[in-house]
Design a protein around this ligand. Structure first.
Ligand code: PLP
Length: 444
């Protein structure tokens, strides 16, 4: 890897692969944002990754700012993670019985988030939030769930209303195939609006099982909670006997060593805390693994101890557990410093390049997570309605200009930029070198 511009080897092979995939896979992809729907052009098929770099099927190398949408905290194919997974694979790919490393991973997560006393491992963030909601309903005997517009919690039926991520990219308010009965169990409120939350509880309080929120919203661009919002959310929910589920699938162990809650909790003066936490992405180190956790008495309502059912053939899979455990063990002070420095450097270069080119923009940040919104914002955006006013056509031009210069950004204006601890000076210089021309493209 170097900071030289990549060889212009074209996209013929990716185009062929995309055509072939589209003949057997809907849209050619197994997750919608990968289809480049909002940016157009040929989606790059990737064949390898190392550190801060990925290489596509035509042999072009890119500095990567997707990081597998978050899991690659240490960079791609971190040698310690690959070695540990290979060693585990040599002992068998999974048994459907418990393995020793599951409790080690639970201990590592519990040590970072003391509010979590018990942890259940699952395979995807979608399962983690779906199970947390079932658990909240089981614990309270109540039917309704409150979520915030623009927050994405995976694709379970009840959580798809006004979700961010791929739905924001595709400008879809929700999904076909979700019954009115199911959608009716979810109240969708504007984010960062304690008055709307209090009003919803005043009307439906005795029927609300839980409020679920991203710890810092990061699927409609990054949009951290306003000072006091998380505290108000916990206070209002608890006053009405409802639980709070803090979704750290994206932020967990990325925004900081104890997740975004580790940063936010200083702003909750009462000392109150969320009841359940969900994790994903980084905790699986790049393999399918996620988790939900919380207080013992709540978590012990899960089967086999309690009446709330949850299970999984591949839950706690030894390769996934090993990848996650090794990743977290290497996510030390130096790694978080590298992540923060990479974010600082890129934000600085973006600011310089955009100001020079006269591109209206706003950087939004939560720990080492950040995103760039295009357009004039008279007021800092606080909710989904505000971020939807961004000028997405500028993102399209910017994205392709960066890609042509060897920088792989998320192919959506509504996604965070993901740095890794492996974004070293050479990788950062490649990004800095690409930004001026890309900013001019976005200005046009
Ligand atoms: N929750 C949040 C905050 C997420 O960002 C995501 C995925 O992006 C999910 C839940 C769903 O996780 P998964 O894609 O592993 O099902």
């Amino acid at each position: 890897a170097s900071n030289e511009r990549p060889a212009a080897s074209g996209t013929a092979r990716s185009a062929e692969l995309a055509e072939r995939a589209a003949r057997v896979i809907p849209g050619g992809v197994n997750s919608p944002v990968r289809a480049y729907g909002s940016v157009g052009g040929t989606p790059r098929f990737l064949v390898s990754g190392r550190g801060a770099y990925v290489t596509d099927a035509d042999g072009t190398e890119y500095v990567d700012l997707v990081a597998s949408w978050g899991p690659a905290l240490l960079g791609h194919a971190h040698p310690a993670v690959v070695d540990a997974v290979q060693e585990a694979a040599g002992r068998g790919l999974g048994f459907g019985a418990s393995v020793p490393e599951e409790a080690e991973l639970a201990e590592e997560i519990i040590a970072r988030v003391p509010e979590v006393e018990r942890l259940r491992l699952v395979s995807t963030g979608t399962e983690a939030t779906m199970t947390a909601i079932r658990l909240a309903r089981g614990a309270t005997g109540r039917p309704l769930v409150v979520k915030f517009a623009g927050h994405y919690h995976g694709h379970s039926d009840g959580l798809l209303a006004e979700a961010g991520s791929g739905l924001a990219t595709l400008a879809m308010p929700g999904s076909a195939g979700v019954t009115a009965e199911t959608a009716g169990q979810t109240l969708v409120l504007p984010y960062n609006d304690p008055t709307a939350l209090a009003a919803a509880f005043a009307e439906h309080g005795d029927r609300i099982a839980a409020v679920i929120a991203e710890a810092a919203a990061a699927n409609m661009g990054v949009l951290p909670p306003e000072p006091g919002f998380t505290a108000a959310m916990i206070e209002i929910a608890h006053r009405h006997g409802a639980l709070v589920i803090l979704d750290e699938v994206l932020t967990g162990f990325r925004a900081g060593p104890s997740g975004y809650w580790g940063i936010e909790q200083a702003r909750v003066p009462s000392g109150a805390a969320p009841d359940l936490f969900t994790f994903g992405k980084v905790v699986g180190g790049g393999l399918p693994l996620a988790a939900l956790g919380g207080r013992t008495e709540l978590m012990e309502l899960l089967a086999p101890l309690g009446p709330v059912y949850q299970a999984g053939t591949l839950s706690g899979n030894p390769l996934a557990v090993t990848a996650g455990l090794t990743t977290l063990r290497h996510a030390d002070v130096a790694a978080y410093r590298a992540l923060g420095n990479a974010a600082d450097a890129i934000i600085g270069e973006v600011t310089t390049a955009f100001e020079a080119a006269g591109v209206p923009f706003r950087v939004q940040r939560a720990g080492s997570l950040f995103s760039v919104l295009f357009g004039e914002f008279a007021e800092p955006p606080l909710d989904y309605a505000a971020v939807q006013r961004q000028e997405v056509e500028r993102h399209r031009a910017f994205f392709h200009a960066m890609l042509e210069q060897g920088v792989n950004l998320p192919p959506s204006a509504f996604e965070a930029w993901f740095v890794t601890a492996a974004h070293d000076d050479a990788a950062l210089e490649r990004i800095a070198g690409a930004l001026p021309a890309a900013a001019r493209a976005a200005a046009a």
